[in-house]
Design a protein around this ligand. Structure first.
Ligand code: 5RP
Length: 233
């Protein structure tokens, strides 16, 4: 007997597939991080393999994305070798009605922000549970911080009214370490009335490398839902 397919996984697959279908031959593609984008990377690889898609090159947003892209046969490049990105596909942890995002659930938001902001077209892939009226409703804001600045940054975040918590890894054996060798503080705010302002304020704290608020950059948000146990995009 085969196990019943997980409808949430199927839905993520469908969203990833829909995003991968938007990639055109001859383009430079930003490859995001996370479980939903992983399906987009897989389908881009499959389109390449079948010959439906030709001459694309990917820019990974993390070590995880790089490994996946290599597994699926997507040629890669770096930002030093190109002058633009045509399209980027990436997940998010929250999306508001203005298409502002909280990202960084996978601790990759620093590189993701570089790649996603550079893209001429930025496609966000999420499930319906991540669509919120206001940012910060369900997810804390991830802040990447250099290790020696941990304590002053924690204090500064408290002064801003946040509740900061150092992100710990699996089994809480130690802190999560980013691809840059830094740590992530997740900051909960009771209210984020002005995401544009908060993004800048957080990045102005000395020792902060980047935070997970993405404003004015998403072009298309593909939302997956499970309806009657079936995936719908
Ligand atoms: C990683 C991210 C991810 O894109 C975000 O956490 C969504 O991931 P998933 O698709 O697994 O829910 O920002 O830093």
């Amino acid at each position: 007997m085969t196990a019943a397919a997980d409808p949430v996984k199927l839905m993520k697959q469908e969203v990833g597939k829909a995003a991968a279908a938007l990639v055109k031959s001859g383009t430079i593609v930003g490859l995001g991080t996370g479980s939903t984008t992983a399906f987009a990377i897989q389908y881009i690889g499959e389109r390449l393999k079948s010959g439906e898609l030709k001459d694309i090159v990917g820019v990974p947003t993390s070590f995880q994305a790089e490994v996946l892209a290599k597994e699926y046969g997507i040629p890669l490049t770096t930002l030093d070798a190109i002058d633009h990105i045509d399209i980027a596909i990436d997940g998010a942890d929250e999306v508001d009605p203005q298409k502002n995002l909280i990202k960084g659930g996978g601790a990759a938001h620093t590189r993701e922000k570089v790649v996603d902001y550079l893209a001429n077209q930025f496609i966000v892939v999420v499930d319906g549970g991540k669509v919120v009226d206001k940012l910060g409703s369900i997810f804390a804001v991830p802040v990447e911080v250099i290790p020696m600045a941990m304590t002053p940054v924690m204090n500064a975040l408290k002064k801003l009214g946040g509740k900061p918590e150092l992100r710990m890894g699996v089994k809480k054996a130690g802190p999560v370490i980013t691809d840059q060798g830094n740590m992530v503080i997740d900051v909960r705010f009771d209210d984020i009335p002005d995401p544009v302002n908060l993004e800048t304020t957080l990045n102005n704290i000395p020792g902060v490398l980047e935070n997970g608020i993405f404003v004015n950059c998403a072009d298309i948000v593909l939302v997956g839902e499970v309806v009657d146990n079936q995936p719908v995009v």
